[in-house]
Design a protein around this ligand. Sequence first.
Ligand code: MSP
Length: 511
Amino acid sequence: MSVDKRFYLTTPIYYVNDVPHIGHAYTTLACDVMARYKRARGYEVSFLTGTDEHGQKVEKAAHAKGETPLELADRVVKRFQSLWEKLNISNTDFIRTSQERHKLAVQEIFRTIEAKGDIYLGEYEDWYCTPCETFWTETNLLDGNCPDCGRPTDKLKEESYFFRMSKYQDQMLEHIEANPDFIQPKTRRNEILSFLREGLRDLSISRTTFSWGIPVPGNDKHVIYVWFDALTNYISALGYPNDSNDDFNKFWPCDAHVIGKDILRFHTIYWPTFLLAAGLPLPKKIFAHGWWTVEGQKMSKSLANVVEPNMLIDKYGVDAIRYFLLREVPFGLDGDFSHSALVHRINSDLANDLGNLVSRSTAMLSKYFKGELTTPCKETDIDKVLRDKFIQIVAVVYKHMEAFAFNKALQSIWELVSAANKYIDDSAPWTLAKDDDQRERLGTVMYNLLEAVRLISLLVTPFMPDTGARICTILGIDPEDQQLDKHDSWGLLKPGTMVEKATPLFPRIET
Ligand code: MSP
């Protein structure tokens, strides 16, 4: 496999002091769709997710429950892992920051940067927001509270190791300016550029006030700051610094770190400057998506409006949820989750447009040809229009996928669904079926229609893997060897294939 046919992408690693909700599911799902798409295009994909288990927040949450931090983590990790299974997430690894492989990597990168002279021991005095695990200067605070979450902060003074982040300010600016795709979307890139232009301070990267973390090499009094620890997961999972594990050489630098907009600065400034200091290549892209509100309100425990993904999957089915989350909101912008929008999408896009297309096509083939595809004959103008549209739009879908524009990719796929539904209406197979002289024409129309369904099934597969596979099976082809890289051209269905009559793919939801 050639080097450029490899793709490495990551989700953030999730805090274990909270159970998974729709916001977490969203990040992971977007990565899964990208991972499946890249695999279908012939890439070898490494897809990492995991959990962020250290820090004061987890330590406090565990003590409040009478558990050790590790007991709490072990319990909550299972909630994440079972949700990912239920959501059909195809991650290739799952990293926990409490694992030994991770500890070794964090200590090694710390040592490397220290040996270079970019880590020094100093004293820290600033305002700390525990829920965000972030230090703020006095001027950052809003009415004495954290500018991000609005909660109270504590004044902390402690001995601390510092990372010479300020030293890398110009290099970071140059890198971002020279690489327009490094931070996406563009609004986020601009936000980081203006932040950088204001100047970077050195960063405190150790704590002495709690113990649940990775010790600083050579000074057990200190544990390494959670963000220094957490960000390193992206390379510890690849086996860094173990030379005998070649995943690091194979997959680093990462093709895309997908994150929420709230953790942009950590990924676009902290992490790249750590890597620069350690002499390691920078990730190729950081893509920050927006946040979900629920029925117009911020999701929060106190409002009791947290959307629980397991419940949604049980009620509406996994593919409907996967489709909705990526279709409803442009990736990169904020969006609102509402049950009525979800039901509307399921009924109109899935049950009506896609579901009916598959039922009508297979039902007609079954009625007119006992389910057997015949060899297509002379191509008419409307056949050519359909074929050209498919050829053209497959390329457009690819373009959108490469740009993480999932909703646009789905819109384009649905243009194909509409084109196929229109082809049925325009070619009126029920009229052709009444005329024996039109038998060949009817066979051609049915062939074109089912070929359209086949291509649509391949294109929806990254978004809705079960549905894509089900349609392939109905079409009498093996979903396992129907990958986009070899099967995305028109006319690949084999005449003589037996096609099943489909039962409804998405039952309508009564409101
Ligand atoms: N542990 C850190 C990440 C470390 S990565 C080296 C963290 N964890 S988190 O569990 O709080 O959040 C993980 C992801 O969930 C973030 O990308 C965040 O944006 C996302 N979401 C949390 N709530 C969300 C919404 N309401 N909407 C969309 N995504 C949201 O941050």
